[in-house]
Design a protein around this ligand. Structure first.
Ligand SMILES: NC(=O)C1=CN([C@@H]2O[C@H](COP(=O)(O)OP(=O)(O)OC[C@H]3O[C@@H](n4cnc5c(N)ncnc54)[C@H](OP(=O)(O)O)[C@@H]3O)[C@@H](O)[C@H]2O)C=CC1
Ligand SMILES: Cc1cn([C@H]2C[C@H](O)[C@@H](COP(=O)(O)OP(=O)(O)O[C@H]3O[C@@H](C)C(=O)[C@@H](O)[C@H]3O)O2)c(=O)[nH]c1=O
Length: 316
């Protein structure tokens, strides 16, 4: 079935060689990583540590991005050339009821950070999401390779709306920036679908998982790699960064259990049989065509990246 889903995209999704990890470009000397305790932030810290780059990673405890004075002080004290904003409010269901909290982090704080970066000509990398798009199945017919970067956003939930407003706040600050939209993000640490499935496998022997929401699982290591590739090439503005291919949460769960050798019965269900507080887009594939043209990119099939992540969870 996963094979069938892939056929529509008419591309080679067999495993490919994993490129050598990209290195931080030399033209940026000092790197500030915000949200360093989150799943993407901790991946960034690991890469920076390994590369020997001059970086400072700040967790939420060390810097609350909604504290304007503290953010100003952090920027002026460390004086970074590039700021990687991995902070976000990411609890999709809770965002429906905690709009103020989600907005203060995803919109106001992102805009304030962008304005400060713009004032001192610091490069800002900001992450956004596939959930900014409406996710209509009919959009798939017109855009089989995924939503183009300039497709008009129309989020279907509060989290998506705050991320879209956050993007606009970053753009309107007018400084040098990269906004990278990623989807269905999973990494070694933090809250994500892989960890949720592995936890549920210990608690239950049968799970129902939605099979009518389509997208692309994306992994933190290739996101950091591709961000470095984009920075190396001097890229600016908005890009889509995902793995290759397309699947549903049900097929993603099935692959996780099969690779992790978990004996769980996974039952495919329509979204109507798995009600959630927030609506999710039915189809949120992102077109990564622009990134695929850049040398050194890491755009591997989502199945291969899932296997790489599960192996790294095993080996630690
Ligand atoms: N997770 C996903 O599936 C996807 C994520 N994205 C985007 O990718 C980016 C990274 O997401 P991801 O790493 O998964 O998210 P996480 O939720 O794992 O990390 C976000 C981090 O931001 C921190 N944070 C929250 N509020 C504040 C604050 N006021 N000040 C400082 N730090 C704060 C969180 O701390 P704490 O945990 O203590 O609250 C957490 O460490 C985000 O922009 C997200 O919107 C895009 C698509 C998919
Ligand atoms: C746990 C579980 C979830 N589901 C469904 C609910 C939902 O429709 C889908 C995904 O579940 P989650 O709640 O884990 O994923 P969700 O929080 O919607 O993930 C999103 O997070 C934000 C931050 C993003 O930016 C998105 O790209 C996306 O990754 O799977 C099941 O069908 N069965 C289950 O047992």
């Amino acid at each position: 079935m996963v094979g069938d889903l892939m056929k529509g995209r008419n591309e080679d999704l067999s495993p490919q060689q994993v490129p050598e990890p990209a290195r931080p470009p030399q033209h940026y000397r000092r790197w500030l990583i915000l949200g360093a305790g989150g799943q993407l932030g901790s991946e960034w810290v690991e890469w920076m540590e390994r590369s020997g780059a001059d970086y400072l990673g700040l967790t939420r405890k060390e810097l609350d991005i909604t504290d304007k004075t503290a953010v100003e002080r952090a920027l002026s004290d460390y004086d970074p050339d590039v700021v990687i904003n991995c902070t976000a409010y990411t609890k999709v269901d809770q965002a429906e009821d905690e709009i103020e909290s989600a907005s203060s982090i995803n919109v106001d704080a992102a805009g304030h950070l962008a304005a400060l970066c713009a004032a001192d000509d610091r490069m800002l990398v900001h992450y956004s999401t596939d959930y900014v798009f409406p996710g209509r199945m009919e959009d798939r017919v017109r855009h089989p390779a995924g939503y183009p970067v300039d497709f008009p956003p129309e989020p279907v939930n509060s989290y998506g709306r705050t991320k879209w407003l956050g993007e606009q706040a970053v753009r309107s600050a007018g400084g040098p920036h990269l906004i990278l939209r990623v989807s269905w993000l999973c990494g070694k640490s933090g809250r994500n679908f892989v960890h949720t499935m592995l936890r549920l496998a210990e608690e239950r022997d049968r799970l129902t998982v939605v099979n009518d929401q389509f997208g692309t699982p994306t992994f933190t290591a290739p996101v950091v790699h591709n961000t470095l590739v984009l920075l190396e090439q001097g890229a600016r503005n908005t890009w889509h960064v995902t793995s290759r291919g397309e699947t549903t949460w049900y097929h993603f769960a099935s692959l996780i259990f099969s690779l992790a050798k978990k004996n769980v019965e996974v039952v495919p269900v329509p979204s109507s049989e798995f009600p959630t507080r927030a609506k999710r887009p039915a189809w949120s594939l992102l077109d990564t065509g622009s990134l695929s043209g850049l040398p050194g990119n890491r755009l591997l099939p989502w199945q291969q990246e899932t296997e790489i992540l599960l192996k790294s969870l095993k080996t630690g």
